[in-house]
Design a protein. Structure first.
Lengths: 109, 116
């Protein structure tokens, strides 16, 4: 059983469209991180969310942490081909991260 | 600041052969991680070192995988003998702090292994 469920597993959309991907768990997160992994590279940290209800923005990316700290979402506005990649959420444990399986996102020009 | 260095980037071997991967973390980072990533999936932790001690190796297949971090700096991950299901990208990561975890992980580009 996955501790973290990411959905959808795969998403392919046209440039300029908006999208939302999700990270859910039955457990309460202490905090959560989102990483993006481009093809042939290692994951790179995008954001850390800590407080229930928290919203953080990174240019066209908006990250939200659920009020109960059991879920998080990533919304991309006006997606661009450069947003293509694997989006991974990770639960911050005491000494390591617990990873979701990721959402593979493809933005077509 | 130099990032996490890994080598080789690509390796193709026959099953039952051996292979070794090398990682040099960011200078000053106490904690080093080896992950296995199957295509399109999230990383799976194989082993975590803090300085030169092992924090967690519960998911390392110890009958065929071994890892060491001598002198608390660079690290080597070895597979012997390799199986077809070991085909994956092996990612090395480091973080400034260890236990408790804070901050972020910095990843290398990975070593892609194909076992034929």
């Amino acid at each position: 059983t996955q501790l973290l469920e990411q959905s959808p597993q795969f998403l392919s959309i046209q440039e300029g469209e908006n999208l939302t991907v999700y990270c859910n768990s039955s457990s309460v997160f202490s905090s959560l991180q989102w990483y993006r992994q481009e093809p042939g590279e290692g994951p790179v940290l995008l954001v850390t969310v800590v407080t229930g209800g928290e919203v953080k923005k990174l240019k066209r990316l908006t990250f939200q942490f659920g009020d109960a700290r059991k879920d998080s979402s990533l919304h991309i506005t006006a997606a661009q081909p450069g947003d293509t990649g694997l989006y991974l959420c990770a639960w911050v444990g005491y000494y390591q991260l617990i990873w979701g399986a990721g959402t593979k996102l493809i933005i077509k020009p | 600041e130099a990032g996490v260095a890994q080598s080789p980037r690509y390796k193709i071997i026959e099953k039952r052969q051996s292979v070794a991967f090398w990682c040099n973390p960011i200078s000053g980072h106490a904690t080093l991680y080896w992950y296995q990533q199957i295509l399109g999936q999230g990383p799976k932790l194989l082993i975590q070192f803090q300085n030169n001690g092992v924090v967690d190796d519960s998911q390392l297949p110890k009958d065929r995988f071994s890892a060491e971090r001598l002198k608390g700096v660079d690290s080597t991950l070895k597979i012997q003998p390799a199986k077809l299901e070991d085909s994956a990208v092996y990612l090395c990561a480091s973080s400034l702090t260890g236990v408790p975890y804070t901050g972020e992980l910095f990843f290398g580009e990975g070593s892609r292994l194909t076992v034929l």
